[in-house]
Design a protein around this ligand. Structure first.
Ligand code: CO8
Length: 261
């Protein structure tokens, strides 16, 4: 598939870099962009050569400033509902990818953009980034999962405050409330994110996949059931080739070479 709205490249050692590339519209998500992200997810699942996926926005101003508002006037209620479902389905696919996904937020991260970032495993942000769910200012509400993921990430009261006021917060404030993992100077963000992505790409893929699955599935159940999920996964990962290699490398005082088995 030839892309019009995104750029996708795979760098050694298996770091996929997906750039939303509509800088004139502050990388707003139109249906075509959602289709192209979906195609990248297909590729990552099919080819198996991407060990970590990084998502960022083109240009200096925005990660993604939301769903493309110019699409809204032509939609009736059913079409709006279907567009919301399309975004939600895509973001569930992204969340369930078996590899780590890092949002590299270089600027405005609003509405559907914030919803996209929250579907990633964690968010690194430029100190210039701004986060928000400003849909209320358009007389609408978040539709790509924002009310639900934000409440789970930062708590119900803060999520309500952000969705009800529609006000933007700084990267530092987003870090303080647990939405953002790390904040970097703007000119170092991509480099630092790729450094972390490269480090993750060299770790045990089976262990990473297991951590992702157990944390995501565990937050939805009671503590005892979550710990049972962890113990079962621990047993499986413990017998992997990578676990043998990791433990042997430690005992032999050398760097582990994980092969993904
Ligand atoms: N959609 C379409 N175009 C956009 C968007 C957007 N979300 N955001 C910015 N643009 C365009 C502007 O229209 C402008 O285009 P042009 O140059 O042709 O006039 C260009 O990008 C640059 O933007 P500005 O001139 O406005 O730049 P400023 O620096 O003055 O302001 C802001 C930057 C504050 C980010 C401002 O552009 C803004 O408020 N944007 C809209 C943010 C927003 O409301 N986002 C939420 C959208 S709704 C949503 O995401 C719901 C998701 C669920 C949908 C469910 C299905 C229906």
């Amino acid at each position: 598939m030839a892309y019009e709205n995104i750029i996708f490249e795979v760098k050694d050692p298996g770091v996929g870099l997906l750039t939303i590339n509509r800088p004139k519209a502050l990388n707003a998500l139109n249906p075509g962009t959602l289709d192209e992200i979906n195609d990248v997810i297909d590729t990552v699942e099919r080819e198996g050569n991407v060990r970590v996926l990084v998502i960022t926005g083109a240009g200096e101003k925005a990660f993604v400033a939301g769903a493309d508002i110019t699409e809204f006037p032509k939609m009736n209620a059913l079409e709006a509902y279907l567009f919301a479902l399309k975004g939600q389905k895509l973001f569930f696919r992204l969340e369930q990818l078996p590899v780590p996904v890092i949002a590299c937020v270089n600027g405005f991260c609003l509405g559907g953009g914030c919803e996209l970032a929250m579907s990633c495993d964690f968010i690194f942000a430029s100190e210039k980034a701004k986060f928000g769910q400003p849909e209320i200012n358009l007389g609408i509400i978040p539709g790509f999962g924002g009310t639900q993921r934000l409440a789970r990430l930062v708590g119900r009261a803060k999520a309500k405050e952000l969705c009800m006021t529609g006000e933007m917060i700084s990267a530092e404030e987003a870090r303080a409330i647990g939405l953002v993992a790390r904040v970097f100077p703007a000119d170092q963000l991509l480099e630092e994110t790729l450094k972390v992505a490269t480090a993750l790409a060299q770790k045990s893929q089976i262990a990473l996949r297991s951590i992702k699955k157990v944390i995501d599935e565990g937050v939805g159940v009671d503590l005892r059931s979550g710990c049972e999920l962890e113990a079962n996964a621990f047993g499986l990962v413990f017998t992997s080739e990578d676990a043998r290699e990791g433990v042997n490398a430690f005992l032999e005082k050398r760097k582990a070479q994980f092969k993904g088995g």
